[in-house]
Design a protein around this ligand. Structure first.
Ligand code: ADP
Length: 307
């Protein structure tokens, strides 16, 4: 029996301008999983700790993602999956993605890496399809590849790892209210105007250029979303106040993490990210809602083995 314990990272998808295509990986926020190869063929979720999630293989994103991998692998393999949840489902920081990405990464590792990172993204996307009805890759790609990632194309799948400027630090607030990905998808419009599209693709290009050239000011100017944020932010209590507080303390940009309700702020340096965290805490303390705040470096490795 071969077994590994892994850290399955939380991720921030969209990053304001990059709906469904941009994402980045967090370093000290995530789940743990233990994946074991066993002799009896089949995929079993043997333990879930810290969350009330389905244990049936076909209802759990980790099970579905590993089954997608094994179908292409084509040999009879037995896998046991233990999930130690620290990221709550529906948080908007890639709870489902952490499980699907973590599970396929670990199985691939235990099988001596028959698949490339891009192929793993495809398998993990099957988990996302189960969670939200839509096989999006903007959380599973950064969880698997680490750092910042771009999904240049879904068909055919073309995922690109971007550069991570070393001082970028993320502050994330997770208000303890559940916003289901499927609900927050229903508020968005499916048509955009040419004027909005021009602003949005200008910002996507600007953000990517800013990451590669480590131009923090350009990164900040590009963290703008004229299409999704105006519609989705109404689902998040105090979104506007949080954003104002974060920017007033020097955050480069602030927006909705994934489909919310989490809100992210990206800063240059840990000191600023901590100040931003304090300012956001002050805003949220007045709401009476429970919330968590995380400050994290960008994890340029993605899923990793822990002991
Ligand atoms: P998030 O953006 O935080 O991943 P989603 O709403 O996209 O949240 O996904 C959460 C949904 O996926 C929930 O309905 C949850 O029951 C389901 N789910 C199934 N398996 C898992 C798992 N292992 N981890 C997290 N969510 C899971």
């Amino acid at each position: 029996m071969k077994s590994i314990k892994i850290f399955a990272p939380a991720t921030v998808a969209n990053l304001s301008c990059g709906f469904d295509v941009l994402g980045c990986c967090l370093d000290n926020v995530g789940d743990e999983m233990v994946i074991t190869l066993v002799s009896e063929p089949g995929v079993k979720i043997t333990k879930i700790d810290g969350a009330d999630l389905p244990k049936e293989t076909h209802k759990n994103v980790a099970g579905v993602a590993v089954e997608a991998l094994l179908e292409i692998y084509g040999k009879n393999v037995g896998v046991h999956i233990e999930i130690y949840k620290k990221i709550k489902a529906g948080s908007g920081i890639g709870s489902s993605a952490a499980s699907s990405a973590g599970a396929v990464w670990a199985v691939n590792h235990l099988l001596d890496q028959p698949f490339t990172a891009n192929e793993l993204v495809k398998f993990a996307m099957e988990g996302e399809k189960l969670a939200s009805g839509n096989a999006h890759a903007d959380n599973v790609a950064p969880a698997l590849l680490g750092g910042f990632t771009l999904v240049r194309s879904y068909n055919p799948l073309d995922v690109i790892k971007l550069h991570t400027p070393k001082d970028l630090t993320m502050t994330v607030i997770h208000p303890q209210i559940e916003v289901k990905t499927s609900d927050s998808r229903s508020v968005i419009k499916h048509d955009v105007s040419l004027k909005q599209a021009i602003q949005q693709w200008g910002n996507v290009g600007g953000l990517i250029a800013g990451l590669f050239t480590e131009d923090y000011s350009l990164i900040g100017r590009s963290l703008e979303d004229v299409i999704i944020e105006p519609l989705r932010s109404i689902l998040i209590p105090e979104f506007k106040a949080v954003k104002e507080a974060a920017l007033s303390k020097g955050a480069l940009g602030c927006g909705i993490s994934g489909s919310g309700p989490s809100i992210f702020a990206l800063s240059k340096g840990k000191e600023t990210a901590n100040l931003v965290a304090e300012a956001i805490r002050e805003v949220y303390s007045k709401t009476g809602l429970d919330f968590d705040i995380h400050v994290s470096k960008i994890n340029s490795q993605g899923v990793k083995i822990i002991t």
